[in-house]
Ligand binder design. Structure first.
Ligand code: ADP
Ligand code: MG
Length: 265
C-alpha cells in the first residue's frame, strides 16, 4: 500500500497481514504513520495504491454499512457533535446490524449492555457523552466497537487517556476478544504494552515497516534505540520483560536539575 497527503508521502510499499485471532500492535515514533495506516485499512483515507482484504474478500469497494459489519474502528480522539447519552453511543455500534425499518431489538440492547458491563461503564449509561473525561470517552468508544461485533477491530492508541488499572483491563479485554477469534490491530506508543499483551508487532519508521514479528524478538534494545535515540534498556523482572529508560539518561537529568534546585534553596 502507498499513501501520500498532497505532496507528502507517509506510507510506502506497506504490506502485512493480521491472522484470525491475533492481537497485532502497530508501533512506531510520533508521526511514523500509524494513524494514517489504520485509517487506510478502515477505508477512511483513500490510499493511492494497494488493496485491503478481510478473509478472501477485497473491502476497498464495499459500502459504509457493509464495512461496518466487518471492521470496527476506535479513533484516538473523538468529539461528538451532539450530547448523546453514553448508552445511545454504545447502541450505535449496533446500527450496521439493524433491519431497515425497525429500531434496536432486545438482542441489540442486550449486546450493548453486555459491552458496557464488560468495560465497566454501566454507571455512565445515562450521562451525556460530551461531559465525560477523555479517558471515559475512550472507554465508551471501545464498548461501542465491541457492541459492533466485527471480525476486525482497529484501535488507535486505545489506552492513551486511561489510568493504570484501565490500561491493563482494556488490553486484557482486547486480548480476550482475539482469543474468541477477532483479529485486532492496535496502535500504541507503549513498548511494554506491546511486550506484555500482543502476539505480534509491526514497527513503522521512515514510511515503511522496519521490523515485524513476536514482540520479545522484535523489541530488542537495538531496534528500540534505533527508534528512540539510545534511550532504552530491556530488563527482565520475575520472568517478564520490561523496557526502562537508560540509567545514564536518568543521572544526566538529575545533574542538570541540581543548579536550579540550589538556586531555589
Ligand atoms: P502517527 O499516528 O504515527 O503519530 P500519523 O499517521 O498521524 O502518525 O501522521 C503521519 C504523518 O502524516 C505525520 O508526519 C503527519 O504530520 C502527517 N499528516 C497527518 N495528517 C495529515 C494531513 N491531514 N495532511 C498532511 N499531513 C498529515
Ligand atoms: Mg497517531
Amino acid at each position: 500500500m502507498h499513501f501520500a497527503f498532497p505532496g507528502f508521502q507517509v506510507l510506502e510499499d506497506i504490506s502485512f497481514d493480521v491472522k484470525k485471532g491475533e492481537l497485532c500492535a502497530l508501533f512506531g515514533p510520533n508521526g511514523s504513520g500509524k494513524t494514517t495506516l489504520l485509517k487506510c485499512v478502515a477505508q477512511l483515507l483513500k490510499y493511492q495504491k494497494g488493496d485491503v482484504y478481510v478473509d478472501e474478500d477485497k473491502i476497498n469497494k464495499k459500502s459504509a454499512a457493509e464495512l461496518a459489519r466487518i471492521i470496527s474502528y476506535v479513533p484516538q480522539e473523538h468529539k461528538p457533535p451532539f450530547p448523546y447519552q453514553v448508552k445511545e453511543v454504545v447502541l450505535m455500534g449496533r446500527t450496521p446490524h439493524l433491519g431497515r425499518f425497525f429500531g434496536p431489538s432486545r438482542k441489540d440492547i442486550a449486546v450493548a449492555v453486555r459491552a458496557m458491563d464488560l468495560i465497566g461503564i454501566r454507571y455512565l449509561a445515562n450521562r451525556s457523552y460530551t461531559e465525560l473525561s477523555g479517558g471515559q470517552r475512550q472507554l465508551v468508544l471501545i464498548a461501542r466497537a465491541l457492541a459492533q461485533e466485527t471480525k476486525v477491530l482497529l484501535l488507535d492508541e486505545p489506552t492513551s487517556n486511561l489510568d493504570f488499572q484501565n490500561q491493563i483491563k482494556i488490553w486484557r479485554i482486547i486480548k480476550k476478544a482475539t482469543r474468541n477469534g477477532i483479529s485486532a490491530l492496535t496502535c500504541t506508543h507503549d513498548p511494554n504494552h506491546v511486550l506484555w499483551f500482543c502476539d505480534r508487532v509491526i514497527v513503522l519508521k521512515d514510511n515503511g515497516i522496519i521490523a515485524t514479528g513476536p514482540p520479545d524478538k522484535v523489541l530488542t534494545e537495538e531496534t528500540l534505540n534505533e527508534i528512540y535515540d539510545d534511550m532504552c534498556s530491556v530488563k527482565s523482572l520475575d520472568g517478564m520483560k520490561m523496557i526502562t529508560p537508560r540509567r545514564a539518561d536518568d543521572s544526566a537529568g538529575d545533574e542538570s536539575l541540581t543548579p536550579v534546585q540550589a538556586n531555589i534553596a
